[in-house]
Design a protein around this ligand. Structure first.
Ligand code: PMP
Length: 282
């Protein structure tokens, strides 16, 4: 049995109730976050809360509490339930309201939190690398919002699952956007770390992505933030996916084609090690 947080109450999940008129049921009218914990410490908590408030603002969902108060609720919830897993799921919906086709309704947001069991993989299994597929980016054009409306992402990921691949790399106009549930980086033959910019709404501004870029910068890894093509993806020396739950996942095969040497490359290895150091110090 697990204890979840619902609108300031910590209750058994079996006892948690939400109205059938909740806007998330009607329109996927809600947003979410998944925050990693390492030894009980939240990783990049402030950045997640910033992004959560930015998603809320883009959807005009108003809360009766601010960022600091939300952080206090999170910490309080964690303390109260003592035993918890290593990732926190937060969902905020616009709340319960009539099924009217406007965002301008008076409703009280519902806030739900619970811990997820994010299985951490064996270090060697990670270094052995993963395969991915490419897939048309069939999503909408507001990917910077961490909306619960992610059925398109799920369809892409399902295709990857069917083919025993770990991720679907999404392609739009012959260019990589991101993964179905991750950001995608490549390393070119000049050892440049390349990832797509976040300013055109085509990708989620990943918290892990931002952290990796910071670590790369601090460690003299050359960075190029720009659009890159599907051809560049296949010609890359190294490719990896990043997210709060996958962390850094080397991709050594895409659509059955070997990438680079077919082994996790040196820069990916270095970033995995830098990211682990960062987690250990957090
Ligand atoms: N892009 C998409 C579409 C995602 O779902 C995720 C995972 N939340 C990411 C990127 C990675 O974001 P983060 O590093 O903040 O987990």
């Amino acid at each position: 049995m697990s204890y979840i947080f619902l609108n300031n109450k910590i209750i058994k999940d079996s006892e948690a109730k939400i109205s059938i008129h909740d806007r998330a049921l009607q329109f996927s009218d809600g947003i979410y976050e998944v925050i990693l914990l390492n030894s009980g410490n939240f990783i990049d908590l402030d950045a997640h809360i910033e992004r959560l408030f930015s998603s809320l603002a883009m959807l005009k969902i108003k809360l009766s509490f601010n960022k600091e108060e939300l952080i206090a609720k999170i910490i309080n919830y964690q303390k109260k339930i003592k035993e918890h897993n290593n990732a926190l799921y937060i969902q905020i919906t616009r709340g319960s309201a009539k099924r009217v086709q406007t965002l301008d309704i008076a409703s009280e947001a519902n806030i739900i939190m619970y811990f997820l069991d994010n299985k951490s993989l064996d270090k060697q299994d990670i270094l052995n690398g993963f395969s991915a597929i490419t897939h048309d980016d069939i999503r909408w054009k507001k990917c910077e919002i961490k909306s619960t409306s992610i059925l398109a992402n799920l369809l892409c990921k399902d295709k990857a699952n069917e083919l025993s691949a770990c991720e679907a790399i999404l392609i739009e106009d012959n260019h990589v956007t991101e993964g179905s549930f991750s950001n995608i980086f490549i390393i070119d033959k000049n050892n440049k770390l390349i990832t797509r910019p976040i300013d055109d709404g085509r990708i989620l501004p990943g918290i892990t992505r931002a952290r990796i870029l910071k670590l790369a910068q601090q460690n003299n890894i050359n960075i190029d933030i720009r659009k890159y093509s599907k051809a560049e993806l296949f010609a890359a020396k190294e490719v990896f996916a990043s997210s709060s739950t996958m962390l850094i996942r080397p991709i050594i095969k895409i659509d059955e084609q070997i990438i680079g040497s077919g082994k996790t490359g040196d820069i990916t290895k270095k970033l995995i090690s830098l990211y682990q150091d960062f987690l250990d110090k957090s």
